[in-house]
Design a protein around this ligand. Structure first.
Ligand code: 13P
Length: 249
């Protein structure tokens, strides 16, 4: 009942020249079964949305402010993202939690704002290496999930991305058992709080060094409904085989 999802997070990469990759991706993946999303830097949002109009590729933001407008120099509201053509927004990415001191409480406020603008919130969580080595992984992701998700989350307005901090951009990937343990735990936590129907409808993405070479085994793992991909989403030649692996899973 859950449509698989392949989401690309371009982070702070790409100027106008990178939009050619979107056109290539749209042509290569016009028949993809999975839901496809690319989150470019905000400067490219409207141009990306124009290119992706009438295709099956959706465009998303990488963050938004919790307020709908006001004196917040440099920030963007969820309504602005929506107006620029976004249908989703990544929230609580570990790089924002680390670089901008975002707490789960802030993430919850941003999630509410995203929902009110009609955006799907892709809420990120994940443990650091020190937390994993201390045996605290489930405790950490459990408390991040609880505090980052407001009441009212549904399988339509929310996607969860499990991204172990130590796996992001490092080429290191948890074992498949470790991924399954966290994803099974997250599904169970959603069931306990929001009920079986919501939990069954909510996509759980894995993120952290997903590449064409490891995508198939990750997608065959329990309760993995897709991926949030950083580096390998920048080039259609890398992202396309990941999408193909997801379609085949
Ligand atoms: P990488 O795929 O580059 O490891 O990044 C993952 C990520 O942070 C996606 O949000």
């Amino acid at each position: 009942m859950r449509q698989k999802m392949a989401a690309g997070n371009w982070k702070m990469n790409g100027t106008g020249a990178a939009l050619a990759e979107l056109e290539t991706l749209i042509q290569a993946q016009h028949a993809a079964k999975s839901e496809l999303l690319i989150c470019p830097p905000a400067t490219l949002l409207s141009r990306a949305a124009e290119i992706a109009a009438d295709s099956s590729l959706a465009i998303g933001g990488q963050d938004c402010h919790a307020a709908s407008s006001g004196a917040h120099t440099g920030d963007l509201s969820s309504e602005m993202l929506k107006d620029a053509g976004a249908t989703a927004v990544i929230l609580g990415h570990s790089e924002r939690r680390a670089d901008h001191n975002e707490t789960s409480k802030t993430v919850a406020a941003k999630t509410k704002s995203a929902w009110s603008a009609g955006l799907t919130a892709i809420v990120c969580l994940g443990e650091t290496l020190a937390e994993r080595e201390a045996g605290d992984t489930l405790k950490v992701v459990g408390s991040q999930l609880a505090a980052s998700l407001p009441d009212g989350a549904t399988g339509q307005n929310t996607v969860i991305a499990y991204e172990p901090v130590w796996a992001i951009g490092t080429g290191k990937v948890p074992s498949l058992d470790q991924i399954a343990e966290v994803h099974d735990f997250l599904r169970h936590a959603l069931t306990t709080r929001f009920g079986a129907e919501m939990a069954a409808a909510t996509r759980l993405l894995y993120g952290g060094s997903v590449k064409p070479g490891n995508a198939a085994e990750i997608f065959a793992t329990s309760n993995v409904d897709g991926a949030l991909v950083g580096g390998a989403s920048l080039k259609s030649a890398d992202f396309s085989p990941i999408i193909a692996a997801l379609d085949a899973s």
